[in-house]
Ligand binder design. Sequence first.
Ligand code: SF4
Length: 457
Amino acid sequence: MLLRHTPKEITERSALTINPAKTCQPIGAMYAALGIHGCLPHSHGSQGCCAYHRSALTRHYKEPVSAATSSFTEGSSVFGGQANLMQAFSNIFTVYNPEIIAVHTTCLSETIGDDLPQIRKKAIAEGKIPEGKYVISASTPSYAGSHVTGFSNMVKAMTELAEPTGKKNGKVNLIPGWVEPCDMEELKRLSKLMGVGTIMFPDTSGVLNTPLTGEYKMFPDGGVTIAELKSTADSIGTIALGEWCSGDAARELDSKHKVPCKVLDMPFGLKATDRFVDALHKMAGVNVPEEIMVERGQLVDLISDMHQYFYHKKVALAGDPDQLIAMTEFLVSIDMCPVHIVTGTPGKKFEKRIKELTAGMPYQVNVRAKGDFFLLHQWMKNEPVDLLISNTYGKYIARDEDVPFLRWGFPILDRQGHQYFPTVGYKGGLRLLEKILTLLLDRKDRDDTEMKFELVL
Ligand code: SF4
């Protein structure tokens, strides 16, 4: 087996990561930037970084991802990349004509110390940014944080475009966090059902889940528009989903433009979706329609019908903090037991929150921020589980330990469906449970003796 040499005995490591449970900051910044209509993400660094970031996103979303690069050479690596970026602004606006360029740094340009806000000022002063076009920037050094940090930094950068007019627009800003394009669609569907007008940013629906029409569009139809981003300063409030992905941007709008914000968990599972719907209901002063209550009731029905198969099943989880917090709460609420939980993203708050959510479970819980898949595997060797939930990289562990495996999170490189079938909201909860249940029951069918092999479950 591929990971047969992973030792069961755990030794403390302080300066070595093995099989990381995260990827680099610019990937998150690039994904967020693609959620602005007419945006060309720009990677301020070497071509190799940009190629990696683009391919990481393409492999997950199965869509072409366009991005530009400052193409650092030896000279720019030593003296800084200002000249390259200034030239890039001219070339990009002339050749590709985007509405906006979203620049993020890389390890290299951060180490040199390139100051993106200063370079942008110089570009504006020298007329390199045409009238009516925009440039935003985020600092995304990969030796700090993770792809989640990069995503958050770019979403916060989007709030620079907010421009209050003094007149409220009656809408709610909805910051969805790093979820799939279909999840963003689902959140907008729920908001629409409640009669709440929203400005979602970023919004990759219609960008990274587009139909094949035979026509190539450099800038797909989806994405939040510049006009909408400007209008975020006039909204009645902001609902930010996920502290790690969306909290900073929401607080920025609050402190700069007095747009009150509520930072919630991502709406995966029953309770977190309840809180999301309740926040929309309170912020916009609308009622919850019957249609949403029916969807909720269906999820409750599935939970109660199949409870015996979920009961006290042990789960190992790896992924990003916002997703893991919501998933842990969901699993605990249906009496499953998440016993090993790892994220590669730093943050002691994560460990504290997971411990609170799992308090009272019948098993001891291992949780680690800034952890890796190697540690997760070791934990699983010491305390075996019934299910592993993680991105594609978990497949090696699942195979080695012969454990049912649910692919969920980023990246998923070897399966399809994540772009099209949401896992947020009540309907998303149904999909998650259906997938979990299928894995558990397939395993039961495989392992049951003939006496126990049932037709009806
Ligand atoms: S050098 Fe840094 S920014 Fe570039 S791919 Fe590697 S980790 Fe990412």
